[in-house]
Design a binder for this molecule. Sequence first.
Ligand code: KG4
Ligand code: ZN
Length: 338
Amino acid sequence: MQRVFGFESSCDETGVALVEVDGDQPPRLVAQALHSQISMHQAYGGVVPELASRDHVRRVLPLTREVLSQAGLALHDVNLVAYTQGPGLAGALLVGAGVAVSLAAALDVPALPIHHLEGHLLSPFLSVDPPQFPFVALLVSGGHTQLMRVDDMGRYEILGETIDDAAGEAFDKSAKLLGLPYPGGPHLARMAEFGNPEAFELPRPLLHSGKPDFSFAGLKTAVLTQVKKIGESPCEQTKADLAASTQAAIVDVLVKKSLLALKETGLKRLVVAGGVGANARLREQLNAVCAKRGVRVHYPELSLCTDNGAMIAMAAALRLQRGMARPRQDGGFEVRPR
Ligand code: KG4
Ligand code: ZN
C-alpha cells in the first residue's frame, strides 16, 4: 500500500488530499481538505496574487493536519508528495511546492510535480465509475479551454484550444458586466435559471470554423453592447434573460466543438473537467447529444470540478502505478506559472 499526498495552490484554493494506491486497484481518495479564498478576493473583483500567496501560507499546514487526522494517519505514513507545478500564479504555486518538497525531504520520500491541467483532466478518476482510456477531454476552466485526445496517462494531444479568452473567463467577464460578484460563472448560471436563453441574440464565435478551436473575446464585447442597451437599472427578468442567453452561447460552442472532436477522433468517450464542467446546462446538453451518438460522458463530482488537492494526488497516484512518478534527483524544485 502506497500513500500519496497532493497539494494544490495554483490560484485561490488551497487543497490538500491523501490518495491510497494498492497494486493495480483504482487509487482511492482517503481524505481531503480545501480552503477557498473566494470571499477574500471578492471585494477586489478578482484574485489578488499577493493576498493569494499569503493566504496559502496561512492555510496549508492546518489543512495538512486536517487531512492526516481525517485519515487517522501520521506524516510518516506518506510515501510520495505531489504538488501543482503550474500553470498558475507564481507566488501561490511556490507555497504549495515549497511545503511539498520540504515535507518530502523531511520524510525522505520523493516529491512529484504535477501539471495542474493533468490534475483536472484526471479528476473523473476520483468518481465511483472512472473513465477508461482513450477518450476525448473537454477541459474548461477559468484559464483554459481545450479539447484533447487522451490515449493514456501522459499521452495527450491537443486537438484545439481557445485563441483568446477561456470559457470560464467568458462566464466571469460577462457576469461582471451584469454586476455579479467574482467568480461570476456560478452566479451567472444561477441567474440564467430564470431567464430565456433566446431573448438576446449573441454571437457563437468560430461555431462554423470546422475545427475544434474556440474564441470567446467577441462574446464578451457583444454582452457589453447589450448591457449598455438595457441601461443602468434593468429589471431582474431582463438581466436573467441576458445571463441565460450568454450561457446558451458559451454552451452551444462547447457542445458543438466537443462533437466535432469526437467525430474527428472516432472516440466514444468524453471526459469533461475544469470549473465550467460544473455548469448544469453544459451537462444537460452534452448528455443529450452524446446519448444520441452512443458516447459516454464522464464528469468529476461537482465539488471536484474546481481546483482541489484530490485531483493532484490522484494524478500522482496514477503516475506512480504506471512507473511514471519520476522525481527530480537533485532535491530542487521549480514552479512553472505558464
Ligand atoms: O478549474 P477552476 O477552478 O480554475 C482554474 O483552473 O481556472 O475553474 C474556475 C472557473 C471560473 O471561471 C468559474 O466562474 C467557473 O470555473 N465556474 C463555472 C461554474 N462553476 C465554476 N462556470 C459556469 N457555470 C458554473 N456552474
Ligand atoms: Zn484549475
